[in-house]
Structure formats: C-alpha cells, structure tokens
Design a protein around this ligand. Sequence first.
Ligand code: PLP
Length: 397
Amino acid sequence: MLNQELVGLGKKRSTIREIFEYGNARAKEVGRGNIFDFSIGNPNVPAPESVRRELLALLESGDPVALHGYTSAQGAEWVRESIAQSLNRRFCTRYTAGSIYMTAGAAAALSICFKTVTSSPADEIIVFAPYFPEYKVFIESGAGARCVEIPARPEDFQIDFGALERSLNEHTRAVVVNSPSNPAGAVYSEETLRRLAELLREKSGLFGHTIYLVSDEPYREIVYDGLPLPCPASFYAPTLMCYSYSKSLSLPGERIGYVAVPDVPEAASLYAGICGAGRVLGYVNAPSLFQHIAAKCAEETADLSIYAENRRILYEGLTKLGYRCVKPGGAFYLFPQTLEPDDRAFCERAKKYDLLLVPGSDFGAPGHMRISYCVQTSQVERALPLFARLAEEYGIR
Ligand code: PLP
C-alpha cells in the first residue's frame, strides 16, 4: 500500500507551480514578452561575477574528489569554519565549524529542523500567516507534527502577540519567523524580536521545555530604505538559523544553504539531532561544489538593486490605482488586497490580461494576492496599465 498522503501531495502541484506552467504554455501562444508572470520567486539577476570566477578556478583546479566527492555529512570542515567566522563577524554570534550544518538550501534546512525538534504527532510548530506554504508540508507531512497558523496583524503583517500568547501551550516545540518575509515582505524590528524572545523564555520556563525559534532567513540581504535587520539569534539563544544562498547569490537551482545551531546547553544533542534528521531524509551531504562557493562568496551578493526599483514602481503604481497594500520592508514580493474577497476568482480574472498572480489563500491569507517582482523592470512598467484595466472591471477609478 502506497503512502496515500504522499501520493496526494505529489499529485497536487502547488498553485505557484501550476501558474508558472500555465505561463510557460501561454508564452508559447503569445510570446514570453507578453506574459506578466509574477508567480514564482526565481531571482532574475545573475549571480555575482565572483561566483563565476570561483567556479572556473575550481573546475580548472582538477581535484575531482575535492570538487565532486562526498564531504562529511555536515559539510566540509573548512567550509563550515569559514561560514561560522563570517557570521560571527557580522552578527556578533559565537558559532564554530561544529555549529554549522550545510544543507541543500533553506528548504532542506527547515525540514531538518522541524524533524529534529518534534517527536510526536501532538507536537506543534507555530507559523505566522501569511507564510511560505512549504512550512506546512515540511511540518505535517515531513515531521508528522501539527502546523499551527496564527494570522499576523493585517495592518502591517507584524506579530499579533496576543494571539501568539494564546496559542503557546505545552505542545509548542517551535515558532517560525521569516524576516524579511515571503509573501508580505515584513521585517521584524529589534523591539519585536526582544518581545518575542521574552515571551518564549517565559513560556519555555512555564512548560518546562525549550521552545525553539526557527529563523528562516533566505531574504536577509534584501532589505529596503536602510531598514535595520536585527538578527533573531542575537535576541533568543535557542534559535536555529536557516539560511540559503538561493536569493542572495541568485543560485536557487544549486541548492545550497545551512543550519546554524546555537550555543545552548543541549547544543551537542541538538546538533546530533540535526545530523540524524539529515540522514533520515537522505540528504547525505549538501552539494559539494557549491559548498566551496558558499564559503568563498559568503559575504557577496548579486546586484539586488533591481528589486528596490521594481518595488518602488509597483508599490507606487498600484496604490495610485486604488489597490491597498502594506509597503514591504524587504524580500521581493508585494502582498496587496484583492479587489474582491474571493482571491482565487480575482487571480483567475487577472489571467485575462496575462497577469499571473498567486492567491493569498495559498499563504494562509485569503483576500490577498502575491506579486513576485523579481522580473525585468520593463515588465513591471508594462504591467501597470493592465492592473489599471483590471481595477476598472471592479469599478475602481
Ligand atoms: N523559505 C522561504 C520564505 C522561501 O521563500 C523559500 C523559497 O522561495 C525557501 C524558504 C526555500 O528556499 P531554498 O531555495 O533555499 O530552498
């Protein structure tokens, strides 16, 4: 008997993937340039020149084992050491090579962490809606635990501390934060992280076990208007930092990231659990060639300036047209309200103009749409008149 839960998951493509495939089919009919595909978070800027240089140098070095061989399960020691030092320089943390576990992107980092911190179907992990939809898959189908969704404050997508406090209980094993967030672009301030840390410390004491903070940070480098981006791990020690080079270095297909395990009393078991989860999930080791790149280019980024420009044009353009939207502080998504309560119907209607948008329901926040603006600026500019025509259909303007 096959595992029907997995069969179901495999059959049901995510809406984002479905829209992406629809866009590909439609592009064949009307030409790629006439499709306004705002569905997927695939960075459109090239990786930095240093990545290409390092890759060429590595390939020419001719040491096949160092390049393509297995590394230790947690990643090559020199790579982990180099990443730990880079983190410590930037965030005043105290990581060592023994704190870092290299992964195939943030997706693997998250699924490993969720599996490590839960052990029973009654265990709960809290996520703030709107949230990256794969959290639920990793928590429920991957770790076999419960995913508890708490709506963020609708006016700014920040944490609703009252709702969080009411949801924390003896089954809570972890809380997930994602700052800057996908899909709302919410950035948490120092004050928010301090308050969150105090609450988690208090509740951990009350329930007699550590409530971990899982900090999902693939958009760490994409922050606007000089907003400070405090590091969650420096406010709350039991933080599992999950990082990815997919967005900062524009390398999503290469699958490289890491988990940074905190210096807490149970660190040795926690790290062993992370290694065990990686083993159970069959990751073996993170891609070897890109471990080198992660170490060599840890503090580089692709040219991310296009995202700031796209955000400005889109946010200003849409709000002028009458769309209601919280201004994102980071990442490369806008999450406006749809012009009718049924976000799926709205996104379906938008297809008439070849505007491909993702319904907010997919992120746990109906009545919204996600616009992924990691596209050419000219596409954003050409899309605005189409958003205007769409608004006119709803009698706006
Ligand atoms: N977390 C968030 C919030 C994301 O948006 C994504 C990808 O878009 C991921 C995790 C997974 O990223 P990766 O490519 O590193 O697996």
